[in-house]
Design a protein. Structure first.
Length: 226
């Protein structure tokens, strides 16, 4: 198994030894729950690192920051509010949240709330860009871990797949339309849209895909990965 094989992007979410067999279970294995919590915290920490870098956030965090500016909340609190509002949009789509969906809404917001005040503010552009790159990497790692736990999609992912199901529009267009919309709305509300946002948009797809492929190396016992 060579390095190129490890870095080849995954085409789907793989099954690992910690993956739940039932995404809607209310009693997942403890190992699955712990790994899910760890992945979500890593994801939230990566998001916090982007926020602290100060040169642009992810599209959804641009929206959360814009809301926070206008209602005098922290970005972490506004992130939780956005997750709750998106979950309400699941209702007409008849989507069902799992344990992972609820924990996603809570833990990513908590990680942002706790970590942002504790992270350094870069003094130079080069340091800010480096911090964005670290944040993107952590978001990719966190995504690879929590997605493979298979305990339900995050609020935003579930809304995206639900819209795709009822509309029949290709998933890439649905995702692109949603993220562009929340980015524009967040920017108009005062969220930070700068070069860090563009770097995130360019890098996050390949980083998440590669992290999923790496997670797939940890298959169920007895499986052989080439």
């Amino acid at each position: 198994m060579g390095v190129l094989s490890l870095l080849r992007p995954a085409k789907e979410v793989p099954t690992t030894w910690w993956s739940s067999t039932d995404p809607m279970t209310i009693r997942p294995p403890l190992r699955t729950l712990l790994i899910l919590v760890f992945g979500l915290w890593v994801f939230g920490t990566g998001d916090a690192i982007l926020i602290a870098a100060g040169i642009g956030n992810t599209p959804w965090t641009v929206l959360a920051e814009g809301i926070a500016v206008n209602i005098d909340w922290s970005v972490g609190q506004a992130t939780f509010l956005v997750s709750v509002l998106v979950l309400l949009l699941w209702i007409p789509l008849r989507e069902r949240p799992g344990i992972g969906t609820i924990l996603n809404a809570i833990l990513i917001a908590v990680a942002i709330e706790i970590m942002v005040p504790r992270l350094p503010t870069p003094e130079t552009q080069a340091m800010a860009i480096a911090q964005v790159l670290v944040g993107v990497l952590l978001i990719g790692i966190g995504s690879g871990i929590y997605l493979t736990a298979n305990l339900g999609p995050g609020p935003r992912d579930g809304w995206m797949t639900g819209l795709q199901r009822v509309s029949g529009i290709p998933i890439a267009r649905v995702r692109g339309g949603i993220e562009l919309t929340v980015l524009v709305v967040g920017w108009l509300l005062g969220g930070t849209f700068r070069e860090g946002t563009i770097l995130f948009a360019i890098l996050i797809g390949p980083v998440v895909a590669t992290c999923l492929n790496l997670a797939g190396r940890f298959g169920k016992p007895g499986e052989v990965h080439g």
